[in-house]
Design a protein around this ligand. Structure first.
Ligand SMILES: [Ca+2]
Ligand SMILES: [Ca+2]
Ligand SMILES: [Ca+2]
Ligand SMILES: [Ca+2]
Length: 336
């Protein structure tokens, strides 16, 4: 007799689920083609390799720690139970704007849903932004090809709405929930991962940037890791990304990840480009310290001998800030 412990049993069951998932998917892909979507998959892959595409499974555990979805493969992934909800954008590292990917998620009870849906297949589709844009472009081309005033002159043709040519494939999934099994195919590899600290940067990307996946603001500068990476394009692990002495969260005063009017640019050391850095920087091969907001507090204080890092001529006297510093040095000033 072979005695099985529960751990092995659970693993075997998990395996069986994956195999079954793959099988039902294969059946659906066939169903997909019969419904007239044969060209859809072919758009992502050259025809000669469509039928020999490898199947890959990304486990819930891998998504928790962060993983990569390989390109041009049939990928099945399991959204971990630990995830209550995660947006499509965060789950796939916001790559959808530039990368074409598409997929669908199986309903929790596949057999019930299969009975309810008579045509097509049960489940919800998702398309990346780039895939949607590509499909729109194809649709416009198709419409141009099929309509000709010399051939299509009946009242029916002329009154035809755009719907006739539109595919029935619609983007549906924007939120993924734990316990769901989904299929995805992507033209370029993309990061996939959970986002336990809710900073918008998934665990695969957090590993890549070296940021802390359990701390939403790794460098403690007041701006969330996700905002730094995707919006501000600053360093999530560096408090002063541009090295001008002023920390990112003081430059981006409202900490919304944008360089707004009235703020200094956290990713450019000389916001007004007058030759003096926003805060305090070493010049003359490190011999002198020069800058505008010298006490690095984000406030322009002229009585402290500061210049405004947002203006080339802080006091409006017609002499540019850099020249004022030059004159100050010439006069032998010790705090220029
Ligand atoms: Ca995160
Ligand atoms: Ca930060
Ligand atoms: Ca700075
Ligand atoms: Ca400046």
């Amino acid at each position: 007799m072979i005695s099985l412990n529960t751990h092995i049993t659970r693993q075997a069951l998990q395996c069986a689920t994956i195999v079954l998932g793959g099988l039902s998917l294969a059946l659906m892909v066939i169903g997909f083609s019969e419904e007239g979507f044969a060209g859809f998959q072919a758009r992502m892959l050259p025809k000669n390799i469509t039928h020999q595409t490898e199947w890959v499974t990304i486990t819930a555990q891998k998504i928790l720690s962060g993983s990569t979805i390989p390109q041009d493969k049939n990928v099945i992934f399991h959204v971990p139970e630990e995830i209550t909800r995660i947006t499509r954008k965060v789950l796939f590292g916001r790559k959808g704007d530039t990368v074409r990917y598409w997929g669908y998620c199986f309903p929790q009870n596949i057999h019930d849903s299969a009975n309810k849906v008579r045509r097509g297949f049960p489940g919800d589709l998702f398309l990346s932004e780039a895939e949607r844009a590509y499909r729109r472009m194809k649709l416009i081309q198709q419409r141009r090809r099929t309509f000709s005033i010399f051939r299509n002159l009946t009242a029916k043709d002329l009154n035809e709405t755009q719907n006739r040519l539109q595919s029935r494939i619609r983007h549906q999934v924007e939120i993924f929930t734990g316990g769901t099994t989904c299929y995805i195919m992507t033209e370029k590899s993309i990061p996939i991962g959970a986002d336990p600290d809710g900073d918008g940067l998934n665990n695969s990307l957090e590993r890549g940037y070296g940021s802390d996946s359990k701390n939403p603001d790794t460098d403690g500068d007041g701006i969330l890791d996700g905002l730094e990476v995707f919006r501000l394009k600053s360093h999530p692990t560096k408090r002063d990304s541009d090295g001008d002495g002023i920390i990112d969260g003081i430059e981006d005063a409202n900490r919304n990840g944008r360089f707004d009017p009235g703020e200094t640019n956290p990713t450019e050391w000389d916001t007004d480009r007058d030759g003096l850095c926003d805060g305090l920087c070493k010049v003359n091969k490190g011999q002198d310290l020069r800058g505008e907001d010298k006490n690095l507090n984000g406030i322009y204080e002229p009585d402290q001998g500061e210049y405004d890092p947002r203006k080339v001529d802080s006091d409006g006297d017609g002499i540019l800030d850099e020249h004022e510093v030059f004159l100050c040095v010439l006069a032998g000033g010790d705090d220029c």
